[in-house]
Write a protein that binds this ligand. Structure first.
Ligand code: L34
Length: 285
């Protein structure tokens, strides 16, 4: 059986680090502040946002939560974003996705000040990542990179296959693996032979949102398997995009769901918010 990568443990180490730095920062009168906006009542989003707030408490940040009703207009949401853009106590702004269908997500993202965009979704931040000169990375791909680093496996020259091409995970994920000199393939719903692409992977990152899409016959012996999926199985239990049972014996390392990538997403959000607070106060970079 492959080794299980403990996302809870690794995220705890990241948060401990952030907490230590935050305690130092507070001595100079600066408390990092994160504003989280949630629109509507998506139960999964509510859990994630709650976890984010709890993490803020753990590391010593101030958190501001805005729960807006489903019918909130785009205009109203933009007004809130603009208010938070101007609020010096707010160093990071995060608008939990997905948003209700009547709101254009990209318009909202484009209105968050890039320096407060701790998700790194704004086009300016996306562009910086492409070039390799950035302050923050999108939380989920950044968390995945930490998980891979924890295995000691060197990405350089490895076959890296990313399944999924979303703006928030797949695309930036591929870019980060490329920056570490991996040979990167991005697969998606139109890929002709997913199985043969996956079978080449030394490092496989699954981020499509299709439960148990990747099965044991699709993975190479000794591969590192990272599961970004967050789905419910036939019994309503949380499961990923990777079929853990049939893959665990072939993998050298594998992340569980839950307890893998999810907690890392939150830990990296804490790190980004700390970075934002420092930069906005002229400390660091
Ligand atoms: N703006 N929207 C914005 N930023 C993000 O970074 C996200 N994401 C994704 C959805 N929308 C977003 C998250 O926060 C996914 N995501 C996220 C965050 C945390 C967890 C999962 C997804 C998480 O805490 N997962 C736990 C299990 C939670 C449960 O019990 O349901 C885990 O152990 O994986």
């Amino acid at each position: 059986m492959g080794k299980i990568i403990d996302g809870k443990l690794i995220s705890k180490a990241v948060k401990d680090d952030v907490a230590r730095e935050t305690a130092e920062l507070k001595k100079s009168g600066i408390t990092p502040g994160l504003a989280v906006i949630i629109v509507g009542e998506n139960p999964a989003s509510q859990i994630y946002v709650r976890n984010k707030q709890r993490a803020c408490e753990e590391v010593g940040f101030e958190s501001f939560k805005y729960e807006l009703p489903e019918q909130t207009s785009q205009e109203e949401l933009l007004e809130l974003v603009n208010k938070l853009n101007k609020d010096d106590k707010v160093n990071g702004i995060l608008c939990q996705l997905p948003l209700p269908g009547h709101i254009d997500e990209s318009v909202v993202i484009n209105n968050i000040l890039p320096k407060k965009d701790v998700d790194a979704f704004h086009p300016e931040n996306v562009g910086k990542i492409m070039i390799g000169d950035y302050s923050f990375l999108p939380c989920t791909p950044a968390g995945v990179m930490e998980l891979i680093a924890s295995t000691g496996v060197d990405i350089k020259g490895k076959e890296c296959v990313v399944v999924g091409r979303s703006n928030i995970v797949g695309k930036p994920m591929a870019m980060l693996l490329l920056h570490k000199s991996g040979t990167v393939t991005i697969c998606h719903s139109k890929t002709k032979d997913l199985k043969s692409e996956c079978l080449r992977a030394d490092i496989l990152v699954a981020a499509v949102g299709v439960r148990k899409l990747i099965t044991g016959d699709m993975v190479k012996e000794g591969a590192v398997l990272i599961d970004v999926g967050m789905n419910r199985d036939e019994n309503g239990k949380l499961c990923g995009d990777i079929d853990f049972e049939s893959c665990k014996d072939k993998a050298s390392y594998i992340t569980p769901v839950p307890g893998g990538v999810g907690p890392m997403t939150i830990a990296m959000l804490m790190r980004n918010t700390l970075t934002a607070a420092k930069e906005q106060n002229g400390i660091g970079k």
